[in-house]
Design a protein around this ligand. Structure first.
Ligand code: PEP
Length: 256
């Protein structure tokens, strides 16, 4: 869509030590040329322990493969053992941070209030949040997927102004399609993503909604990316497993 630059995000999850992260980032940087990187914004989300290594490889390169984190604390500092704050991530040059990934919602009990607090912490530190929403299989089977996702969106954005919302990226990730090899059809993804954009227009304005990029995620591979990107409201992909394979991820970034 004119005005919204396509965005491909690789979520490495809990994979790769810092040496492996360096190797993958170098291969990625060698494989994507300037034209490709300017046409399609390419971002990696390594584990916290790898971010510094990735930063030293790409920072200062004007071609910039972007990078960010998979989570952040809602707090800035203090007695929160094991947590990492937006202050720390901003200092490391992170441009993006995932908020509300289904694996955090499921394994760490993150509810809408926590997701909202984390999203606001990201905005406060000028790190663009990539807000994940998506329904489980039982919700999809009961035809509740559109309502479920638009409600998750509204709850996450409580107290967020239109001015703050323009930095946001939303990712529609049906939980049943993450890491399962099952992909939503491009039409299924478009249905929910259109509804999310309508909800953003209601919450803010049609102009703001038109600026916000909405990605699809869930078993994206080089062989299904073209069909997904052909949908008018889908602005890119959040890629898990396939982002650990440089050749695959490069093909995804070069989808056109
Ligand atoms: C994800 O981690 O956000 C994801 C979509 O994973 P996968 O591509 O492996 O399904």
């Amino acid at each position: 869509v004119p005005g919204r630059r396509p965005l491909m995000v690789g979520n490495w999850k809990m994979n790769l030590n810092h040496l492996e992260a360096i190797a993958l980032t170098q291969k990625l940087a060698f494989s994507l040329n300037e034209k490709q990187l300017s046409a399609v914004e390419t971002v990696v989300l390594p584990p916290f322990t790898d971010i510094r290594s990735v930063q030293t490889l790409v920072a200062g390169d004007k071609l910039l493969i972007g990078y960010g984190a998979q989570d952040l604390s809602p707090y800035d500092s203090g007695a929160y053992t094991g947590d990492i704050s937006g202050v720390m991530l901003a200092k490391l040059g992170c441009s993006y941070v995932l908020v509300g990934h289904s694996e955090r919602r499921e394994h760490h009990g993150e509810d809408d209030a926590v997701v909202n607090a984390k999203l606001r912490a990201a905005i406060k530190h000028e790190i663009a949040p990539i807000l994940c929403v998506g329904e489980g299989l039982h919700v999809r089977k009961a035809d509740g997927h559109v309502a479920h996702c638009t409600e998750q969106l509204g709850a996450a954005l409580k107290g967020v102004t239109a001015e703050q919302a323009v930095s946001l990226v939303v990712a529609y990730e049906p939980v049943w399609a993450i890491g399962t090899g099952e992909t939503a059809t491009p039409e299924d993804a478009q249905e929910v993503i259109t509804a999310l954009r309508v909800r953003l227009a209601e919450l803010y304005s049609p102009e703001v909604a038109e600026q916000i990029r909405i990605l699809y995620g869930g078993s994206v591979k080089s062989k299904n990316i073209a069909g997904i990107m052909a949908q008018p409201d889908i602005d890119g992909a959040l890629v898990g497993g396939a982002s650990l394979d440089v050749e695959e991820f490069v093909l995804i970034c070069r989808y056109r």
